[in-house]
Design a protein around this ligand. Structure first.
Ligand code: KIV
Length: 316
């Protein structure tokens, strides 16, 4: 029996409200913000993040109750079929982010700043980040690497920043490929210093990608801001995956850290083959899937057709 069984409804509602995050109601869970993610770390509650690039999937992600939707520049690879993330432009990222914005109500919407949009100096980075908030409705931006000055300038311009270190895909050529990083103790120490510098600069969270579990744990334990891991083991404060990887909508063997949660590719393929079968067999659309004239209009049409046929027969 619930402890609240004998309480008046009004008292029960107050207790329920106080047990939930600020701003939430029993029907509408609270909006996730850069600040509420930090609360989650304090409370030891895992953060659940995923990428989304379009209205339909972003809407499903938001309805599923995930905390963070990232419009990642991974879209260059999974949506556009590119080999790496370098080619995607700022205008393309803005376009995709706008679609996702219209879908997301509760999750925190983070936009990835693409390669070239912040590499030419902090002033360019701030100007481009402002476009994500103003023109696309993003609530935070993510940048790769240890760019302390840029992070400080962005935070100074009221833009929440998610950092991203370890395997940073925009550095693919410098790294010599998509390779696990921080594999020596010296490299772990450098990464730890980078993480602390980004926290001091004002990042509200930090993505740790493609690093040994032990390194991710060390950094997670030292930081006050939450870490969000991808290929960084289970000890991070949260996890992020690329939606297309986890749904089997990518076409090469997945990385070791990817767990396939569904085979959406197979579901789509089967559905499309069934559609092809039905159209070719003339069983789609059916009578009930067609629009119809009213009975009266049908009779009139039949009369017109009869007259036309009679005229053709008479003229022949
Ligand atoms: O672009 C992306 O999807 C990302 C995540 C994998 C963190 O940066």
């Amino acid at each position: 029996m619930s402890l609240t069984t004998f309480l008046p409804r009004s008292v029960e509602r107050t207790i329920q409200k106080e047990a939930m995050p600020a701003g939430s109601t029993p029907d509408a869970p609270a909006k996730v913000t850069a600040v509420s993610l930090q609360e989650k770390k304090k409370l030891g509650q895992p953060i659940v993040a995923v990428t989304a690039y379009d209205y339909a999937t972003a809407r499903i992600v938001d309805e599923a109750g995930l905390d963070v939707v990232l419009v990642g520049d991974s879209l260059a690879m999974v949506m556009q079929g590119q080999e790496n993330t370098l080619s995607i432009t700022l205008d393309e990222m803005l376009l995709y982010t706008r679609g996702v914005r219209r879908a997301v109500r509760r999750a925190l919407l983070v936009a990835d700043m693409p390669f070239g949009s912040y590499h030419t100096g902090a002033a360019d980075g701030v100007a481009n980040a402002i476009r994500f908030l103003k023109e696309a409705g993003a609530e935070a931006v993510k940048i790769e690497g240890t760019r302390v000055e840029l992070v400080e300038r962005l935070v100074g311009a009221e833009i929440p920043v998610m950092g991203h270190i370890g395997l940073t895909p925009q550095s693919v050529h410098r790294m010599g490929g998509f390779k696990v990083q921080a594999k020596t103790l010296a490299a772990v120490e450098l990464l730890r210093e980078d993480a602390l510098a980004l926290e001091r600069a004002g990042c509200f969270s930090l993505v740790l990608e493609g690093i040994p579990r032990e390194a991710a744990r060390l950094i997670t334990d030292e930081l006050k801001i939450p870490t969000i891991g991808i290929g960084a083991g289970p000890d991070c404060d949260g996890q992020i995956l690329v939606l297309h990887d986890m749904m089997t909508m990518t076409f090469s063997p997945p990385a070791k850290f990817v767990r396939r949660y569904a085979d959406v590719g197979a579901v789509l393929r089967e559905a499309l083959q069934a559609y092809k079968h039905d159209v070719e067999g003339r069983t789609f659309p059916s009578e009930s899937e067609s629009y119809h004239l009213s009975q009266e209009a049908k009779l009139l049409l039949a009369g017109v057709r009869e007259r036309d046929e009679a005229a053709v027969a008479g003229g022949a």
